[in-house]
Design a protein around this ligand. Structure first.
Ligand SMILES: [Zn+2]
Length: 426
């Protein structure tokens, strides 16, 4: 509410805001990258008000959490050193998806109130050589689910010059993108084809470990802030390829044929909730997965980052003797991915701010009449200004339906001015 008052936006009640927020934004938000850790924040808030006994328990839990975060950070450093010292012995990577980039990016006021297409960028950072591949594509070519991330990783292993048979990968804990059976089946596939003999996938504690991808994204965002206009995904690719002078990023444009479905692989696995020793285990609590050619259809799990005990889980589905390496990966998308009609209308209405030479890309986008433009898909992993504009858009559309009135042009101008005056730093 204070923000709205400060920025001169039209006001809504808190309950209304809350309803929009919970009904339309009911998805797991990831921590903003520069933000602090949720667990730590909660502890700091609660610790003062807790009774002595409960407080002691919480302090103990928090200390465990801090210890774990600390050892994850040390592990990343150690695995980076190992790969740098001997690339034949080990290849270490970090991978992460950058915040989605609005396309076109425009500075004209009215553009703030329109939905845009997204351009995605998956960074695979080679820790040993401190270089990075950036896999980029617009949402009309591919999505950003686990299969899309997996497809970029596959492409990376095809293109990168990797001398070692041991791979260590770090990524954040995001279940939708990085920590799931599709990515697990990718690791098992790479073992079964002989690309690697051992793979470890580690999930450092969010908000504590500064990952090298974050630094790479920092260089890109620094360049993006200098640009008032970015007209097409290709323009974004050019900016990214020039974002770093020393060891420039290798930009790879992902095309339709690069995106494959991992269903045929993950269908070979069974989701077992018990380890071979009969212990229950919880996917979200796992800190590291390990795969090896000595146990082709199993995973080993551990709940810490030090020399923890590894427990084996058999993933072989009974009666499915197919070898992973024999699976033919099918193309994931038949053709261009349509976008919701309302979104396409918004994007086309912005073409008057885009030089005609770039119109072809937008004219070729197709609409899917059945897809409604919910914000569910729109607001994850975007910068704060974009998020605010999306919330505003949603509220406006609700208001219009309720009152039949639209915000006046003057109101829009006023809000735009306010936003420009207080640009949110990502
Ligand atoms: Zn923490």
């Amino acid at each position: 509410m204070e923000v709205a008052a400060e920025k001169g936006w039209s006001k809504v009640t808190e309950t209304y805001y809350r309803r929009i927020f919970t009904e339309n934004f009911n998805i797991g938000f990831r921590l903003p990258r520069t933000d602090t850790c949720k667990t730590c924040d909660e502890y700091t808030m609660q610790s003062k008000s807790l009774e002595a006994e409960e407080g002691e328990q919480r302090t103990k839990e928090w200390e465990d959490h801090k210890r774990k975060a600390d050892s994850a950070f040390k592990l990343l450093r150690l695995e980076t050193e190992k790969a740098a010292e001997n690339p034949l012995a080990q290849h270490t990577i970090c991978f992460d998806l950058q915040q989605a980039m609005p396309t076109p990016k425009l500075s004209s006021g009215p553009a703030f109130y329109k939905r845009k297409l997204w351009t995605y960028n998956l960074c695979v950072h080679d820790c040993g050589s401190k270089t990075a591949f950036m896999f980029m594509w617009p949402e009309t070519v591919g999505g950003r689910g686990s299969s899309d991330i997996g497809s970029c990783l596959l492409k990376y292993f095809e293109l990168a010059d990797i001398a070692s048979k041991t791979l260590v990968a770090f990524s954040d804990n995001c279940a939708g993108q990085n920590k799931n059976y599709n990515i697990m089946s990718l690791w098992l596939y790479l073992i079964s084809t002989g690309k690697f003999t051992e793979i470890r996938h580690c999930f450092p504690i969010s908000g504590h470990t500064m990952m090298p991808c974050d630094r790479d994204f920092g260089s890109i965002e620094q360049q993006l802030r200098k640009r008032q206009y970015v007209y097409t995904p290709k323009d974004y690719m050019d900016i990214v390829s020039q974002a770093r002078v020393h060891k420039p990023f290798t930009v790879v444009e992902m095309t339709s044929s690069d995106f494959v479905s991992f269903d045929a692989l993950s269908d070979l696995l069974v989701k077992r909730h018990k380890t071979n020793a009969g212990n229950n285990w919880n996917f979200t609590e796992v800190c590291q997965f390990r795969f090896s050619s000595e146990m082709p259809m199993s995973v080993e799990i551990t709940f810490g980052f030090d020399d923890e005990e590894w427990q084996r889980v058999n993933l072989q589905r009974r009666g499915r003797p197919t070898r992973m390496s024999e699976v033919v990966l099918k193309q994931r998308y038949e053709g261009p991915r349509p976008v919701p009609k309302a979104k396409l209308d918004d994007v086309l209405s912005l073409l008057r701010f885009v030089p005609p030479v770039h119109h072809d890309f937008y004219r070729n986008v197709t609409a899917d009449e059945r897809q409604t433009c919910t914000l569910q898909n729109e607001c994850e992993d975007v910068d704060q200004t974009t998020m605010l504009s999306l919330i505003w858009l949603k509220m406006e559309s609700e208001k219009t339906t309720a009152t039949g009135k639209r915000t006046t042009a003057a109101e829009k101008r006023k809000a735009t001015k306010a936003i420009k005056k207080n640009p949110k730093k990502p």
